[in-house]
Structure formats: C-alpha cells, structure tokens
Design a protein around this ligand. Structure first.
Ligand code: BTN
Length: 264
C-alpha cells in the first residue's frame, strides 16, 4: 500500500459541509499545527486542513516532542467556533470522541480515551490531539485541532525506547496497514458531525459520550501539573472539561490542565 498521500483521494466522496473542503498537503513540514496557525492568521476559512506525510518538528501538549514518521496521519484542522474561550477548550474532547468512535467502528479495536487528549488502544497511546486557541478579547479567533495518529508503522521499529512501552500503532494492533485516506475522511466526517452537535447542544452532551470510552474513570491516577504531582482517584470530568480527583486526604480537586498516568 502506497504511503504517498494525494489531495484528490483525501477529498473523493468526503461527506462534510465545511471540514476538509480546503486541504493543504506537504510531503514534509515542521508542524501541521504551526502551519495551520499561519494559514488561519492569513484568513483561511473554517474547516481548512493542513496535512503532511512527515513532520520534522511535530509537537504535543506541554511542549513535548511528537515523533511523526512517514506512514502516520498528521493533520490539523482550523475551526472558527462561535463559542467563548472557555467553551472552546472543550473541542479537544470533541476531537477525542471522533477519533475513538471512528477507530472502534472502522477497525473494531478496544479503544479508550484518557484525559484530556489521548486515545488509547489496548492501553497504549495510538493518537494524541493538540488543541491551540487564538483569542481576541473575549472572542475566539480560531482553534487549531492537531491530530497525530500512529497508523502505518511499527512503533518498535521507529520510536525511541522511552515511547515503545506507552505507544502503539494501528498497524501493530491490526497486523496490517490501514487506508490513510479512508481513515482521514472518516475522522473529518465524525469531527464535523460532533462539532455541529457540540455547538447546538453544548459540551456536557458530548462529554457524556466521551466518558463512555474513559476507562481511567474510577481508577487511581497520578497527575503531573508542572513540577507538582497529585495522586488520587479520577472521579469524573466536569462540565468545563476539568478532571475531578479525589485526593488521598479525601478532598476533591478539579484540575484544568495536566498529564495523567494510571497507577498500577
Ligand atoms: C499530545 O499527545 O500531546 C498531542 C500530540 C499532537 C500531535 C499532532 S501531529 C499533527 C499536529 N502537528 C503537531 O505538531 N502536533 C499535532
């Protein structure tokens, strides 16, 4: 199966109103999120997508490096939501839910979501989402949702040792490569329908479905917030998207940003 991506195949039969109607494709770029932010600053319309076969400076949350070898699905979507900045933070859950649903429906995989932006298969990360927002006053100018799906490569061959334990790929889980263009279209279509639903019915409605995949709820977790570490039980994700933790001393804490790992 060819690893070359073509815009025609990405758009052929695409069933969305706006998302993916305009696509920028590069064989290699620093980061599709950075590229999409530049396009958004230049006035790119809602739904514009930047996609690359490889990234040389892909990045994740909290400034982490994101390995982006050929064979993966690395793309970013520009949204211009009519939402307040605090509502727009919730779009990362819309994206995570879209990925989880598509991976389960298309490939029948055992998919989970991990707060706030990871999608796991068999307990290992297969996709990360990076949501970046640009605001003016109290208005959202744009949001860029960056999707990194480990697809057609084997992590043990291409990832550094530190990631092999925690990451997986679709090829590894399925024992075969997937059709990248089909996966891409499925993701855009589900993102589009879930995004519209979020705008109409609100984040709480979407979160209820996101939580159906959230295997970490009810489990003991460690949350890293900068240099601070909190241990406790992950009770819930509240209506703002904050993680609700029950700490060792019984107190409840709502955490808006951090990195969760499951305690064994
Ligand atoms: C994370 O898990 O921390 C988020 C990872 C997001 C990676 C994707 S790959 C496409 C887009 N471009 C980037 O530089 N990052 C996102």
């Amino acid at each position: 199966m060819s690893q070359r991506i073509s815009i025609d195949k990405l758009q052929e039969g695409l069933q969305t109103k706006r998302i993916g109607r305009s696509i920028f494709l590069s064989r290699e770029v620093g980061s599709t999120n950075d590229w999409a932010k530049e396009l958004a600053e230049l006035g790119a319309e809602e739904g514009t997508v930047a996609i690359a076969e490889t990234q040389t400076a892909g990045h994740g949350r909290l400034g982490k490096e994101w390995f982006s070898p050929r064979g993966g699905l690395w793309f970013s979507v520009i949204l211009r939501p009519e939402m307040s900045p605090s509502e727009a933070i919730g779009l990362v859950f819309v994206a995570g839910l879209a990925v989880a649903e598509v991976l389960r429906e298309k490939y029948d995989l055992k998919v989970e979501t991990k707060w706030p932006n990871d999608v796991l298969v068999n307990g290992k990360k297969v996709c990360g989402i990076l949501a970046e927002m640009n605001t003016k006053g109290r208005a959202v100018k744009f949001v860029v949702l960056g999707f990194g799906v480990n697809a057609n490569f084997l992590v043990e061959k291409v990832f550094p040792r530190s990631l092999k334990e925690v990451a997986t790929s679709l090829e590894k889980e399925l024992g075969q490569k997937v059709r990248l263009e089909e996966l891409f279209k499925g993701l855009l279509e589900r993102l589009g329908s879930r995004y519209d639903e979020c705008a109409e019915r609100g984040l709480a409605f979407l979160l209820a479905d996101w939580k159906k995949y959230a295997g970490f709820l009810g489990r003991r977790v460690e949350v890293r917030i900068g240099n601070e570490r909190l241990s406790g039980v992950a009770l819930d994700v509240d209506a703002r998207g904050a993680l609700v933790l029950r700490l060792e001393d019984g107190a409840t804490k709502h955490v808006l940003a951090g990195d969760v790992s499951l305690e064994l």
